[in-house]
Design a protein around this ligand. Structure first.
Ligand code: GCU
Length: 667
């Protein structure tokens, strides 16, 4: 009896097991219902691809076969992040019948321009920090023998990319390009592309949530489908050999089955057409004697460099300038001669309230103001700007300081921000490694001195030097509170009561000075410190300002002096059109801003080892920290140009000084 029962039970269990197996198979491989399969595939893709931050980024995509996916995309603002539920948003599920209950739909709602930040496109999104889902469909047929990449110029801050309901990958970092090979994921006919963009930053992110710029969110730069032959040029670097400037050094990395088959380098105008052997990794290098005309601000000479696979099946052409950049003692030397950097700082924000720069025309408008100012240098702050800016800088002859947003109090104890910073730095260097204009990689801005920070930045500096041995490393230092107190107590305070000193010393003891090649300092004499002094003493702001203004020219920055030194920020705010008598020292008046600039110019001329300046800033910009209503209205007004392009009085002060310097250097 018992054995019969056991047999029956065993049999029943087998049948049940088989049924379960069949059901699972049916779910995985059958088409029941397809919605169910879609959800399972979607969930599986998240498990498989969740940590996939991108395939090696293709270089020079605009020089390749590509299709832009720009235009109007459907979008859904998702403040509570519910669109992920069962993949509703990634699969773009819409109600099919009147009885279907829907709580999410891309139809009949918001549309956003891509490329473009969302903040300047919809009043509900001006200060929005959260998730927005983007959706569009497209058709694409990969040519035979090719791979198709989905390429993003940038998306702020975290982007999760779904193709046909499945996760392709996630990218963190708001200002650098990333891509995935999606050849095997494309469908015949219509493809569904959904991107979840989240611009919220955590304390472990780079930057942190606290910044003095508007945290523009969205698909801020181009989205392209790029086709390349199976074997293709994945990346290349061409320039003068840093050790032997009489040689051109070319490095190439091929990808694909034929990557060890060799590459070609051609520079027609220099009569160069040579082969480059590549190893099993597709890497190759060649050095050859050549004397190209040097690229410089005075003569931004570019040569069309072509790099190709051995039989020219894949060819990338890029206009490249040849120059050397180095430090010698306390000078910066370009092409074997000292150069002074006549600069201006710039945020990646277009004029006329258009938000993040996403077109060449917007970049050109900004750089035209810098040129009119007499600049030969621009500091692209505080993150990687669009390549329109660096490519135009190549053409216009503007030297570039490029930076990643290690800004203020990053969580330096934590490994994660360092990994994110290293990724951003690598992606920036890989994108702009052939831009002659880019001469300085900046690893940080105004970071508080401390052991963890010093270690973090030393590691980042090593990372940069390992990736690029042809450029200089810099960082914007800030005088720490102890040093500032020293300056206040020994120099400023006595002067408030009429005790004069010939020289005021603004000390810089930051160990970062030793880590970088070109230490830089942000100082705001005439703007910030006086308010602080008036707040802690019985003196009026006017008196504190008067004394500071009258002494700026005797301040000397007390740095070790063994390296070229740059003033990376200085300036004052002014609301365009706001005027007052200069003697009133009225902050935010154009007259006061111009006065501060006149005094700063005197200060610059007294600094030994000063190799350049990039005052803060070319154009007023959106900044949520600036809540002085009726004046700032969430804008930082330190621009020399208003958002509408009006030039303030201080613009002429700096231009006149730069023109004078340029004329003297030309002699
Ligand atoms: C800092 C900072 C900038 C900021 C500027 C200012 O130095 O680096 O990001 O906008 O000061 O206070 O205006």
């Amino acid at each position: 009896m018992k054995s019969t029962f056991v047999l029956l039970l065993g049999g029943a269990l087998c049948v049940l097991g088989a049924a379960m197996l069949a059901f699972t198979g049916w779910v995985w491989f059958g088409d029941w219902p397809s919605e169910m399969k879609e959800i399972v595939d979607h969930q599986r893709s998240i498990g498989e691809r969740g940590a996939h931050t991108g395939d090696p980024t293709l270089q020079d995509v605009y020089a390749r076969d590509h299709v832009s996916l720009g235009g109007r995309w459907q979008a859904v603002i998702d403040p509570y992040g519910r669109g992920d539920l069962a993949g509703i948003a990634p699969r773009a599920v819409e109600p099919a019948t009147p009885s279907d209950l829907a709580e999410f739909s891309f139809e009949n709602g918001l549309e956003l321009d891509v490329p473009g930040d969302w903040n300047s496109q919809d009043p509900r999104l001006v200060f929005y920090q959260g998730i927005v889902w983007y959706k569009r469909t497209f058709t694409h047929e990969t040519p035979p023998g090719h791979r198709s990449f989905l390429w993003f110029g940038a998306a702020n801050y975290e982007a999760a990319v779904y193709l046909n309901g499945e996760l392709v990958g996630r990218h963190v970092g708001g200002f650098t390009p990333f891509n995935w090979d999606v050849t095997d994921r494309l469908r015949e006919g219509e493809n569904l592309l959904v991107v979840r963009v989240d611009n919220r930053m955590r304390d472990e992110d780079v930057p942190t949530p606290m910044t003095d710029w508007l945290n523009y969110g969205g698909l801020t730069r181009d989205v392209l489908v790029v086709d390349v032959p199976e074997t293709h040029v994945q990346a290349f670097e061409v320039g003068l050999d840093p050790g032997e400037p009489g040689l051109i050094r070319a490095r190439v990395r091929l990808a694909g089955p034929g990557r060890d088959g060799g590459a070609r380098l051609r520079i027609r105008e220099l009569g160069i057409d040579v082969g480059i052997e590549t190893d099993a990794e597709g890497r190759g290098e060649v050095r050859l004697a050549s004397t190209p005309e040097r690229w410089s601000p005075a003569s931004p000479r570019l040569y069309v460099v072509e790099v190709a696979t051995r039989r020219w099946r894949d060819v990338v052409a890029d206009p490249v300038g040849f120059r050397t950049i180095e430090t010698r003692g306390d000078e910066i030397w370009l092409n074997g001669a000292p150069i002074f950097l006549r600069g201006i700082s710039i945020h990646d924000e277009a004029l006329h309230g258009e938000g993040r720069v996403h077109s060449r025309a917007q970049a050109a408008e900004l750089l035209a103001h810098a040129r009119d100012l007499g600049c030969n240098f621009v500091r692209l702050a505080h993150y990687t700007h669009p390549q329109h800016m660096t490519r135009l800088a190549d053409e216009l002859g503007l030297l570039v300081w490029a930076e990643i947003p290690v800004y203020w109090a990053v969580d330096f104890e934590n490994e994660e921000p360092l990994a994110i910073a290293k990724l951003q730095m690598r992606e920036m260097i890989e994108r702009d490694r052939n831009r002659a204009s880019v001469v300085l990689w900046s690893i940080a801005n105004e970071t508080p001195e401390g052991e963890a920070r010093n270690r973090f930045l030393a590691a980042l500096a090593d990372h940069v030097r390992a990736l690029d041995d042809t450029r200089l490393v810099t960082a914007a230092l800030i005088t720490d509170p102890r040093e500032l107190a020293e300056f206040f107590v020994y120099d400023y305070l006595p002067a408030l009561v009429g005790i004069e000193r010939d020289e005021w010393v603004y000390p810089v003891h930051d160990p970062l000075y030793e880590t970088v090649d070109v230490p830089a300092l942000n100082e705001y004499f005439g703007w910030y410190y006086s308010g602080g002094m008036a707040a802690v003493t019985p003196f009026s702001s006017h008196h504190a300002r008067r004394v500071m203004i009258d002494h700026i020219d005797r301040i000397r920055v007390g740095h070790p002096g063994s390296k070229p030194f740059v003033i990376s920020e200085t300036g004052a705010g002014a609301k365009a059109g706001m005027h007052a008598d200069e003697a009133d020292l009225a902050v935010f008046s154009e007259e006061y801003q111009a006065l501060v600039y006149r005094k700063q110019v005197e200060f610059f001329e007294n600094q030994a080892g000063l190799a350049g300046v990039s005052p803060w800033i070319l154009k007023d910009f959106r900044a949520p920290l600036r809540m002085y209503q009726g004046v700032q209205d969430y804008r930082n007004l330190k621009g020399l140009v208003s958002d509408e392009g009006e030039r303030k009085l201080a613009f002429d002060v700096l231009r006149d000084w730069y023109e004078g310097r340029a004329a003297a250097e030309a002699l």
